[in-house]
Write a protein that binds this ligand. Structure first.
Ligand code: 11C
Length: 343
């Protein structure tokens, strides 16, 4: 007997990607249900070669659903995830609502799969922020080899991280520049077309943004609370794929060649690092791919035991939908959930 899976927020960028990845990877589901808010009820979304009609999250009975992949935003998750969990359905939530809750595991399967077992306290598992997910995939094998002391990361984040409205704004502004129409900023605080904006999410008291804080807090929770992390998060005029320039300081010596060999063997990583024109991966090439690409691996001689890297991944896949589906696969592989149909 297979599982019954619900995708909540099924009409959004990430929800659609969740459905397509469940179909693509042949997740063992007997039934997949698309859910969203009342205003999307009746809309159609694709699941493999099928079409699903969207149902209303608000009056859906989860008592015979095994897993709910939730990408409906923080406030909806805050309200609904505990209720869904209480009905015996495990929620894998893509928002930031539960990530920092000590009773909710925050999981990247390549990094901290064993922590998933803690989900039973609330029946909720959190998916990390997209910029953290790809970062920790690259850092984990290096941390295991030489113990990272400090991370300095600058992100180059695509507009799809801000949802469909962010993508529309880049498209419309780019068009407006070419046809000399007035430029409107709605989603972003400044013009994004032919520009970069050093501001993602709200400002915090210390002058960092919430996006920057998330990278720090989530890296510590998943990888090691002792690692020091500082981040500058920047929005760039790219539709899909986040880039990250990363500087690392290790406790033990590690050369660029050693790091390259370690990363070549590491789960979820693909090293493309030729010292020649185009011998690295850019966001355009990573869109639609599952791996985290690592390029430009070199020693950073400004600190003892330093390395610099360039990390790129599809923020809608590894940064969101793919990671959520991988968590669901982990629950199945480890026999941590049983299908309601067999109960
Ligand atoms: C962005 N990283 O690119 C954000 C989107 O906490 O899940 C994801 C926000 C989150 O705007």
């Amino acid at each position: 007997m297979g599982f019954k899976i619900a995708v909540a927020g099924a009409t959004g960028n990430v929800g659609r990607e969740m459905l397509s990845i469940l179909a693509e990877r042949g997740f063992p589901a007997d039934e997949v249900v698309a859910l969203a808010s009342s205003r999307s009820v009746g809309k159609e979304v694709s699941f493999g070669d099928k079409t699903l009609k969207v149902k209303n999250l608000e009056n859906y009975d989860f008592s015979d659903t095994d897993i709910c992949l939730m990408s409906a935003g923080g406030s909806i998750s805050q309200k609904w995830s505990p209720k869904i969990g209480a009905q015996g359905c495990v929620v894998i939530d893509n928002s930031s609502a539960w990530r920092y809750d000590s009773e909710v595991p925050l999981i990247v399967p390549e990094v901290n799969p064993d922590a998933v077992e803690g989900f039973t306290k609330r029946n909720i598992i959190a998916n990390p922020n997209c910029s953290t997910a790809q970062l920790v995939v690259a850092l984990k094998p290096l941390h295991d080899a030489a113990t990272i002391k400090r991370v300095v990361v600058s992100t180059y984040q695509s507009v799809s991280g801000a949802g469909k409205d962010g993508m529309d704004e880049l498209f419309n502004q780019t068009r407006a520049v070419f046809v000399a129409d007035p430029i409107e900023n709605k989603k972003f605080t400044k013009r994004i077309a032919f520009n970069v904006i050093p501001h993602i999410d709200v400002f915090m008291e210390d002058g960092y943004t919430k996006e920057e804080w998330k990278v720090l807090a989530e890296t510590k929770k998943m990888l090691d609370p002792k690692i020091k992390v500082t981040c500058t998060a920047v929005r760039v005029p790219v539709f899909v794929g986040h880039g990250e320039a990363v500087n690392l300081e290790f406790e033990k010596e590690i050369t660029a060649d050693e790091a390259r060999d370690i990363l070549r063997e590491a789960p979820g990583c693909l090293v493309v690092d030729k010292h020649e024109d185009g011998g690295y991966v850019t966001p355009v090439e990573c869109a639609g791919e599952d791996v985290t690409y690592i390029s430009r691996i070199r020693e950073d001689a400004t600190v003892e035991n330093g390395l610099a890297l360039w990390v790129v991944s599809d923020n809608l896949r590894k940064g969101a939908a793919l990671n959520a589906v991988q968590i669901a696969e982990l629950l199945v592989e480890r026999n941590l959930i049983k299908s309601h149909a067999t109960a």
